[in-house]
Design a protein around this ligand. Structure first.
Ligand code: HEM
Length: 460
């Protein structure tokens, strides 16, 4: 999914304003998020703050702030957000002018899809999409199932109380994405540490962009290495099929976008999704008993949670009118996906979780040219994980008082710090946690249980 960017543009305190203006704007040096601009990232539990809904009702396109002579617009309406996300002639995704030298390589190319405009975006995305067709993803399905079952076995062995975040929500997508990319086990621990910091903007842009450029560097190195020794996954495949069409920066950037896109987004949806299911035992039972129900439960969870709170920022290419507002060239337009996905367009009580709601395409994966390339993989993974969890531990309950849960503040990808659950008797005992699985390496969950670095929430 998403690389950093969206609301960071607005995270400029008054003191920084003067300095940044003097020295040239560089988001990577920002340490503060001014109050009014935090609103689209704030939630109460799983819900966006009421102010977001009030803003949508009053002005689905509203001016959030004015900085450096530019307006920052917030779009919270469903139709309005779709229109912005679909329009590459009015908006650019190129954030380079705002991030100084971090994340920009010597070649001046930032790499990755999210920051790229057509025609480069079209060219790079075309390279990636064949790796995510249903046919290719079908090949990953047994591996995903194996990864899920293995984590459940480990949980069963370490219960009855387990923190679902390090034991399940993170290791499943982490292992899936490492398998997809073909990353060797020895580089995985470092990635585990870089992931969450990248989206955590509670200290302004500093941590986020630092981690962003580090993880990118890491993958540039991996891309260069696999150029001479192609691995078994996506990076190796791209080298073999398109090696002479892309340089290492582009290759590393694509891998980087895929890695982080596939990791924290899915992990957060998994963890928060379990919390929602614990609050909705009917949906949990539906998942357990009805093979066909997983689709609608997962789609509704995606909409309801919309963990990617804002899409990549869009920069206006020219002056134009946007649903009655006058947008000027250079203005920043932030689409609040969590806001748009609670629009009345979804029918009755959009603020409630209802897997029986009539199907309608949500914006949790964005829309248009930059729509999530990994959406089908995410769906496949989430269906497998929620279904298997509901079947293995149908009597699972929260193991701590609700008010003790800590959520991830001011993160572009919303999440929960930990989710201790009491598993209850499993419906089937693991054959053996030692048994052969498709996923041979130690996982975040393994490490967390042994107090190692794998507990992302402590190491981030
Ligand atoms: C629940 C899981 C996921 C969610 C909620 C999610 C959400 C999103 C969103 C909102 C965008 C940006 C849309 C925009 O600004 O227009 C995006 C883009 C992207 N996502 Fe995901 N994503 C998820 C999983 C994945 C997975 C599994 C992968 C890859 C393995 C992935 C790879 C990407 C990439 C590469 C982009 C950039 C696409 C482009 O700019 O053309 N995402 N995602």
């Amino acid at each position: 999914m998403l690389d950093i960017a969206a609301p960071v543009k607005g995270w400029i305190g008054r003191r920084l304003l003067a300095r940044a203006t003097r020295n040239g704007l560089d988001l990577t040096s920002l340490r503060a998020v001014p109050g009014p601009l935090e609103m689209p990232l704030q939630r109460h539990g799983v819900d966006p703050v009421p102010q977001l809904g009030l803003t949508r009702a009053a002005e689905p396109v509203t001016r959030l702030s004015h900085l450096f002579g530019m307006n920052v617009w917030l779009v919270t309406g469903y139709d309005e957000a779709r229109a912005v996300l679909a329009d590459t002639s009015a908006y650019s995704n190129d954030i380079r002018p705002l991030i100084g030298t971090q994340g920009v390589t010597a070649a001046g190319s930032i790499g990755g899809l999210g920051f790229t405009d057509p025609p480069e975006h079209t060219r790079l995305r075309k390279l990636l999409t064949p790796e995510f067709t249903r046919r290719r993803l079908a090949r990953l399905e047994p591996q995903v199932a194996g990864i899920v079952e293995h984590q459940l076995d480990l949980m069963a062995a370490s219960g009855p109380v387990v923190d679902l975040v390090p034991a399940f929500a993170f290791p499943v997508p982490f292992q899936v994405i490492c398998e997809l990319l073909g990353l060797p086990p020895e580089v995985r621990t470092r990635f585990e540490q870089l992931g969450p910091a990248r989206f955590d903007v509670s200290r302004g842009g500093v941590d986020a962009f630092g981690a962003a450029s580090e993880s990118r560097e890491f993958l540039f190195g991996e891309a260069a290495r696999q150029r001479s020794a192609p691995g078994p996954g996506l990076i190796g495949q791209l080298v073999i099929e398109h090696g002479d069409e892309i340089d290492d920066v582009e290759l590393g950037g694509l891998a980087d976008g895929v890695f982080l896109g596939g990791y924290e987004t899915s992990a957060s949806t998994l963890a928060l999704g379990v919390l929602v299911l614990l609050d909705n035992p009917d949906a949990m039972a539906l998942l357990r008993d009805d093979d066909d129900a997983a689709d609608s439960v997962v789609e509704e969870l995606l909409r309801y949670l919309s963990v990617v709170q804002v899409a990549f920022p869009r920069f206006a290419r020219h002056d134009h009118e946007l649903f009655g507002k006058q947008v000027s060239a250079g203005d920043v337009v932030l689409c609040s996906l969590s806001g748009a996905d609670r629009d009345d367009a979804f029918g009755a009580a959009p603020e409630q979780f209802d897997p029986r709601r009539p199907a309608m395409s949500h914006l949790a994966f964005g829309h248009g040219f930059h729509r999530c390339v990994g959406a089908e993989l995410a769906r496949m993974e989430l269906r497998a994980a929620f279904r298997a969890l509901a079947r293995r531990f149908p009597d699972m309950t929260l193991a701590v008082p609700r008010q003790d849960l800590r959520f991830r503040d001011l993160s572009i990808v919303y999440g929960i710090e930990s989710l201790p659950v009491r598993l209850g008797p499993p419906t089937e005992w693991p054959a053996s946690v030692e048994r052969e699985t498709t996923r041979p390496t130690a996982t975040v969950g393994d490490q967390a249980r042994h107090g190692g670095e794998g507990d992302l929430r402590r190491s981030a």
